[in-house]
Design a protein around this ligand. Structure first.
Ligand code: GTP
Ligand code: MG
Length: 370
């Protein structure tokens, strides 16, 4: 049932909590400021204090924020978004770094000036590919649980000297659950003890059948250290993406997902956002989770200040009033009032959930003590 704390009700009306408590007492109800009352009682109190009550439901508030369908003729090809997964130390970061370095033109404005959780490279074919760096398995799971589908393709990195390990298996399961195609990158083939054949056999035990074994999972042997076959990997990703026929409408208000977010001393809240449809612009009013803001600046993966970011482009978004959370979905709204409505409602929901959890904990603690 819908409930509200007395404090929260008083805050929303800009009334004193004691006045709410007094009115409740008049009705024969004893209450503390932290107690909750049901929606009907809250409405009575509010009206008695001369306020008009508008009860909003989640459906009202969230209506039209996401998933408003695009007409097929508005859809244009977009780059794939690729997440690199694999067991600890199998070379995920090395591989990403190697790909990125070979693709950044030296002396390019900005260069690699800062860490950003996602970046875009141009394959030899000229096609763009967006890589997501940060999401470890936990982040990936969290995003999936929250309904944020960010990745189109998973590149599974398996070290040829170590073989399939627990997190390799986890990654396979994640990709399967998310129904995302997998590309196998057998890494560290420069090592004398590399056994790529063994990796292929082990993968079979987890129902991943690579091409050389007659299956349809694309694969490539690479060495991040010696930069072997990196172009081939990019080509394979390009091939896999073509099959997926990825499209998005760039000509609409942006929607995206927060990949990571932090509070920066100088710049305030900074959210790394993957734009998924539409085009994000400086000046847009955005909501993400329980936070909103007016986009003050967009910073590209090379550290350049940009005015707009289209589908599959990762950007740092500056201008949030608070720090959103990884996995929060971002949407552009019409005006500040709408942004406030959405985020007020969500922060209220969030507080209520936390309160419910705290009460639950107290309950179980009491049980433990008795
Ligand atoms: P976590 O983020 O901790 O899960 O590790 P990771 O998968 O990102 O591995 P990382 O890139 O940090 O590499 C782990 C170690 O393997 C480092 O010492 C790398 O230098 C080494 N390494 C990565 N790729 C190669 C390779 O192709 N050949 C060789 N010989 N060593 C490699
Ligand atoms: Mg790493």
């Amino acid at each position: 049932p819908e409930v509200i704390t007395i404090q929260e009700l008083a805050n929303r009306m800009a009334e004193r909590a004691v006045d709410v408590i007094k009115l409740l007492m008049k009705q024969g109800q004893m209450a503390k400021i932290t107690d909750t009352i049901d929606a009907d009682t809250a409405q009575l109190i509010a009206e008695e204090l001369g306020h008009t009550v508008k009860r909003v439901s989640e459906a009202d508030v969230e209506e039209g924020l996401f998933d408003v369908a695009d007409a097929p003729e508005d859809l244009l090809p977009r780059p794939p978004v690729v997440t690199i997964m694999g067991h600890v130390d199998h070379g995920k970061t090395s591989l990403l770094d190697a790909i990125r370095k070979t693709n950044v033109v030296s002396g390019e404005a900005g260069g690699i000036t800062q860490h950003i959780g996602a970046y875009q490279v141009t394959a030899p074919s000229g096609a763009k590919i967006t890589f997501i760096d940060t999401p470890g398995h936990a982040a990936f799971t969290a995003m999936r649980a929250r309904g944020a589908k960010v990745t189109d393709v998973v590149v599974l990195v398996v070290a040829a000297d170590d073989g399939v390990m627990p997190q390799t298996v986890e990654a396979i399961q994640h990709a399967k659950a998310a129904k995302v195609p997998l590309i196998v990158a057998i890494n560290k083939i420069d090592k004398p003890d590399a056994k790529p054949e063994r990796v292929r056999t082990e993968l079979l035990q987890h129902e991943v059948q690579v091409e050389t074994f007659g299956g349809d999972t694309l694969e490539v042997e690479v060495s991040a250290k010696q930069k072997t076959n990196l172009d081939k990997l990019l080509d394979i990703i390009g091939l896999q993406s073509e099959i997926l026929e990825l499209k998005a409408n760039p000509n609409r208000p942006a929607e995206g997902t927060v990949i990571e977010a932090k509070l920066d001393r100088g710049r305030g809240p900074v959210a790394t956002v993957l734009v998924q449809r539409g085009t994000l612009k400086v000046g847009d009013i955005v909501v993400a989770g329980a936070e909103w803001g007016r986009v003050r600046a967009l910073v590209s993966d090379t550290g350049a200040s940009i005015a707009t970011a289209g589908p599959a482009v990762p950007v740092e978004v500056l201008g949030f009033n608070g720090t959103p959370e990884a996995g929060d979905r971002l949407a552009v709204v019409d005006n500040e009032a709408r942004a406030r409505e959405v985020t007020d409602y969500r922060s209220h929901q969030k507080r209520e959930k936390q309160a419910a959890r705290a009460t639950g904990m107290r309950g179980s603690l009491e049980q433990m003590m008795s």
